[in-house]
Design a protein around this ligand. Structure first.
Ligand code: NAD
Ligand code: ZN
Length: 241
C-alpha cells in the first residue's frame, strides 16, 4: 500500500470508504466510461417504462440474465480485499458503494456492512410486497411462461434490485451513508469519478464534519483540490498488498 495512505489509515479512528465502478475494473467489469462497456451499448430503460411495458420488462430481464452470467465469473480483486480487511479490523464500520456487482460481499464483507446506494444486480424484489427473488428463479419463470416474472407470493411485477433511472434512491441506505460520512475522521473515495449524485456529495459531508479526504482514482476528479491526499493510478497497486 502507498505509505501515505497507510499512515492516514493508521492515524484514523473511523474510516468511511466509498467505492465506484473503478474498484471493479481490475476484476474485469468495465466502468461507466469505458468504450464498449455494456452501459454504452444498451438503450436506457427507465423505471416508469419498466413498470408499464411488458416488452420493456422482457428486454430488461434479457440484460439482467446476461449480466448475471458475467457476474458469475468475476472475482474480487486487491482493492476489494483491502477494504474487506479494513472492515474486519473494526476500523471501518461499512463500505458505501455505487456498484451493483456485489463484489464487496463476495470478498467477505457481511451484507449489513455494505451500503448499496444504487442497489444490487444479484437478486430481485417484488415491486409490491418486497419479497426477494433470485435471478435464477426469475429466469426459470420467464423461460417457462415467456412472460416477465411475477411475484410468487402476490403476483405483482418483480424487478431486479438495481435502482433504475427514474426510480427513487434507497432512502435508508443513503441516510446511513450520510451518517457514516459525518461520523468518520477519514473518508476514502476509491474508483469513483465523483460526478454521479448523490454519492458525490458524501465526501463533502465528511469534510464539513472535519474528516480528512483521500481520493484514489486513475484520473482527476473535481474534488481533488479539497482532498488531503490524491493518489492517481491503479487501485490494486496503490491500496493493495
Ligand atoms: P465512473 O465510471 O463514473 O467512474 C469510475 C472511475 O474509476 C473513473 O474515474 C476511472 O478513471 C476510475 N478507474 C477505473 N478503473 C480504475 C482502477 N483500476 N484504479 C483506479 N481508478 C480506476 O463510475 P462511478 O463513479 O461508480 O459511477 C458510475 C455509475 O455506474 C454508478 O452509478 C454505478 O452504479 C454504475 N456502474 C456500476 C458498475 C459495477 O457495479 N461494477 C460498473 C459500471 C457502472
Ligand atoms: Zn409480491
Amino acid at each position: 500500500m502507498h505509505p501515505e495512505l497507510s499512515r492516514l489509515i493508521d492515524e484514523a479512528e473511523t474510516v468511511a470508504v466509498l467505492t465506484g465502478a473503478g474498484i471493479s475494473t481490475e476484476s474485469g467489469i468495465p466502468d461507466f466510461r469505458s468504450p464498449g462497456g455494456i452501459w454504452s451499448k444498451f438503450r436506457i430503460i427507465d423505471h416508469s417504462e419498466f413498470m408499464t411495458s411488458e416488452a420493456a420488462r422482457l428486454e430488461d430481464w434479457r440484460r439482467r440474465f446476461f449480466m448475471e452470467d458475467q457476474l458469475g465469473e468475476v472475482k474480487p480483486n486487491r482493492g476489494h480485499q483491502m477494504i474487506a480487511r479494513l472492515i474486519a479490523s473494526g476500523k471501518s464500520p461499512a463500505v458505501i458503494t455505487q456498484n451493483i456487482d456485489g463484489l464487496h460481499q463476495v470478498s467477505g464483507v457481511p451484507d449489513e456492512q455494505v451500503i448499496e446506494v444504487h442497489g444490487n444486480a444479484r437478486h430481485a424484489n417484488c415491486t409490491f410486497c418486497g419479497a426477494r427473488h433470485e435471478i435464477a428463479e426469475c429466469r426459470q419463470m420467464l423461460e417457462a411462461t415467456g412472460k416477465a416474472p411475477v411475484c410468487r407470493q402476490c403476483g405483482s411485477i418483480v424487478k431486479s434490485a438495481v435502482i433504475m433511472f427514474g426510480e427513487a434512491m434507497p432512502e435508508k441506505a443513503f441516510a446511513r451513508a450520510v451518517r457514516l460520512a459525518e461520523d468518520c475522521d477519514l473518508f476514502l473515495a476509491m474508483g469513483t469519478s465523483l460526478v454521479v449524485h448523490p454519492a458525490a456529495l458524501l465526501p463533502k459531508y465528511a469534510l464539513r464534519a472535519g474528516a480528512k479526504l483521500v481520493i484514489v482514482n486513475r484520473e482527476a476528479t473535481e474534488l481533488d483540490p479539497l482532498a488531503d491526499l490524491v493518489l492517481n493510478g491503479e487501485i490494486g497497486e496503490l491500496a493493495g498488498d
